[in-house]
Structure formats: structure tokens, C-alpha cells
Design a protein around this ligand. Structure first.
Ligand SMILES: NC(=O)c1ccc[n+]([C@@H]2O[C@H](COP(=O)([O-])OP(=O)(O)OC[C@H]3O[C@@H](n4cnc5c(N)ncnc54)[C@H](O)[C@@H]3O)[C@@H](O)[C@H]2O)c1
Ligand SMILES: O=C(O)C(=O)C[C@]1(C(=O)O)C=C[C@@H](O)C=C1
Length: 313
């Protein structure tokens, strides 16, 4: 039998992402031992019942002891406290990584706690759902999705390569970039869209009572998609907006300017401006489908694009 990629893999935080990593590692035989830590005793109980880990503990330090790779899967705001607990337990040559949706703040929180004999290789799988907790995870979550790795400058390339191999083995495509660049890109592709969803669903909820109940009754298509996103975990998203403040505010500024331009086109009946804008955005959706990146009903989406193209030619 071939040796697994990792002898002892420790995962701290057994929610959607932590439990998906544990499941993917188990199904693909990537680790000799999978140890999971979560501070919440009820989560530890569920992990035991679900059976995707070899060992379960409430102590992050205990999980990290002797581990070759430790992956923090906690809300971004909890990173510093967990790093302070785990850092002193890291063995020589160990790699500490994470999955946080913001990378600059995570790097700043983690770096001071990583001993000189260990390596820090932060990462962010760009894959998820609106659900939380150990029951929500699944082994195929990362398949054909991106995982962005953001090692600090000067990190040993061998450590980066190990993390890349681990994510590749879970089915993800890996890209390496700086934490700063990651935070700017994700602000527009993930963070601002979530803020828009939280806002539009909030606006609907603030309408007069009869209107709100009609919004819920007749919600389909567009609004319903927003409600899925707006059901995402409040702790996770509070931390994202508090820690990626500058990049989110920058993208929000641009978004507001573009929204004003659309508002003006509607006010002055400028159909050409609206049509041109919608034509450009449709092309972006198409390229996402063509790259196989969209999740719901991918085959249907691809078929529909082919049909549209055919009709237009
Ligand atoms: N949900 C997504 O779609 C998604 C996608 C990619 C990355 N992420 C990132 O992954 C991380 C985890 O998100 P999730 O969706 O799995 O969250 P989750 O709420 O499902 O799970 C988080 C777990 O961390 C545990 N936890 C919190 N503080 C802890 C501490 N101090 N010590 C030990 N355990 C602690 C909680 O008990 C919980 O079980 C976040 O940083 C998030 O930004 C989330
Ligand atoms: O599909 C969803 O539910 C998601 O919102 C997943 C999503 C994203 O915005 O793409 C959310 C946050 C993560 O950091 C990565 C992935």
C-alpha cells in the first residue's frame, strides 16, 4: 500500500469546511490519522457519531501535538486565539494552514504564533454552502473548485507544495497569490455579493407586513437565490466584513458608482445603456459556465449556453 500524503492530519473547527476536509481526506486515504478538535462539546459529539475522524477532542493543542499538518477551520475572528493555543504544540517541520475567507488578517493573526521550526501556509478553498456545522460537510465539496494558497514571502517551497498536493488530492485546483491580492479579488467575487444579498433580503423584510408576506409567497428566481446566500453563517460573515474592511469598502465604492449609472439610465429611459450593460454581464456568466465553475444544474447551464450561441449564429 502507498503511504498517505500526511501521517497525522489535525483539523481545528469541525464545521462545514473542517468536516468536509476530514471526509475528503478519509475517502481519498490522504492521512494515516485524522484528528479533529472543536471547542463545542456538542460538535465533538456529532463528529463522533458521524465517524469521519479517528480521534476527537475539545483541545486544539492536543490535536496539534505530533501533527504533520494542522488546518484551522474556525471563523476568521477566532484565528488568533486558536493560533496562540496551537503554536507552542507544533512539532519541528509541521505545517500550519487554515481555510479562512480573508487572508491578510489571518496572516497577521497567525504569524506571531508559528515557531521558527514550523511552516505557515494559509489557504482558502473557494467552495462552500449556506449551511454550517459538521452535518453540513461532504467529501466532494472541493472537487473542481479553486483553492487559493497565500504563503508569506520566503516560505519554504516544499511546504507550499505539500499544501498544494493535499488540496489537489481533494479535487481542488490550486492557485498561489499574495494575501493582499486575494483579499481584493474576493472582496468583489464573494464578500460584496454576500453583503448585497444580506441587504436586499433585509430590505424586503423591512417592507410593510403585507408586502413582506407577498415577497416570501411569490419569491422565485432572483430573490430566492439571494435568500440562499443571505442564510449564510452570521458569525463567519461578521468576521469577514470586520477583517477585510479596506478591500470591501473599495469595491463597495465602485459598486455604488455603477449602481448610480444604472439608476440614471432607468430614470432617463436610456435603453441602449441598459441593453449594453446586460449584454456585457451575460458574457461573464457564459465564461463562468464554459470554465465549468458554476454549481447548480451545470449540464443544463452548459446546454442552455450552447443553444443560445447556436440561435445567435
Ligand atoms: N462556509 C463557507 O462557505 C466557507 C467557504 C470557504 C471558507 N470558509 C471559511 O472557513 C472557516 C470555517 O467556516 P465554516 O463554514 O466551516 O464554519 P462553521 O460554523 O460550520 O464551523 C466553525 C466551527 O469552528 C468551531 N470553533 C469556533 N471557534 C473555535 C475555537 N476557538 N476553537 C475551536 N473550535 C472553534 C465552531 O464550534 C464550529 O464548529 C471560516 O474561516 C470561513 O471564513 C467558509
Ligand atoms: O456558494 C456559497 O454558498 C458560497 O457563498 C461560497 C463562498 C463564495 O462566496 O463563493 C463563500 C465564502 C467562502 O469564502 C468561499 C465560497
Amino acid at each position: 500500500m502507498t503511504r498517505p500524503l500526511v501521517d497525522r492530519l489535525a483539523i481545528v473547527g469541525a464545521g462545514l469546511i473542517g468536516s468536509s476536509i476530514a471526509r475528503a481526506a478519509r475517502e481519498n486515504h490522504l492521512a494515516g490519522t485524522i484528528v479533529v478538535a472543536d471547542r463545542d462539546p456538542s460538535v465533538c459529539g456529532r463528529v463522533r457519531a458521524l465517524g469521519f475522524a479517528d480521534d476527537v477532542t475539545q483541545s486544539a493543542r492536543e490535536a496539534a501535538e505530533g501533527a504533520d499538518i494542522v488546518i484551522l477551520c474556525v471563523p476568521v475572528g477566532a484565528t488568533e486565539a486558536v493560533a496562540a493555543e496551537v503554536g507552542p504544540a507544533l512539532k519541528p517541520g509541521a505545517i500550519i494552514s487554515d481555510v479562512g475567507s480573508v487572508k491578510g488578517a489571518v496572516l497577521a493573526a497567525l504569524a506571531p504564533h508559528v515557531p521558527a521550526h514550523a511552516f505557515l501556509v494559509p489557504a482558502h478553498p473557494v467552495a462552500g454552502t449556506e449551511f454550517s456545522g459538521p452535518d453540513a460537510g461532504f467529501a466532494t465539496l472541493f472537487e473542481n473548485r479553486w483553492c487559493i494558497v497565500t504563503p508569506p514571502e520566503g516560505t519554504d517551497p516544499a511546504a507550499v507544495e505539500r499544501i498544494r498536493m493535499l488540496w489537489r488530492a481533494m479535487g481542488a485546483n490550486v492557485e498561489v497569490m499574495s494575501a493582499e491580492h486575494h483579499d481584493l479579488v474576493l472582496a468583489i467575487t464573494s464578500h460584496v455579493p454576500h453583503l448585497i444579498a444580506y441587504n436586499i433580503v433585509g430590505t424586503a423584510a423591512h417592507l410593510e407586513e403585507t408586502l413582506t408576506s407577498e415577497v416570501i409567497k411569490f419569491s422565485a428566481g432572483g430573490f430566492r437565490d439571494f435568500t440562499r446566500i443571505a442564510a449564510s453563517d452570521p458569525t463567519m460573515w461578521r468576521d469577514v466584513f470586520l477583517t477585510n474592511r479596506e478591500a470591501v469598502l473599495e469595491m463597495l465604492g465602485r459598486f455604488t458608482e455603477d449602481l448610480s449609472a444604472l439608476q440614471r439610465a432607468i430614470r432617463y429611459g436610456d435603453g441602449d445603456a441598459l441593453f449594453d450593460h446586460f449584454t456585457r454581464t451575460r458574457a461573464i456568466r457564459r465564461s463562468i459556465i464554459e470554465q465549468g465553475q458554476e454549481t447548480p444544474a451545470p449540464d443544463f447551464g452548459r446546454r442552455a449556453v450552447e443553444k443560445q450561441k447556436h440561435e445567435e449564429s
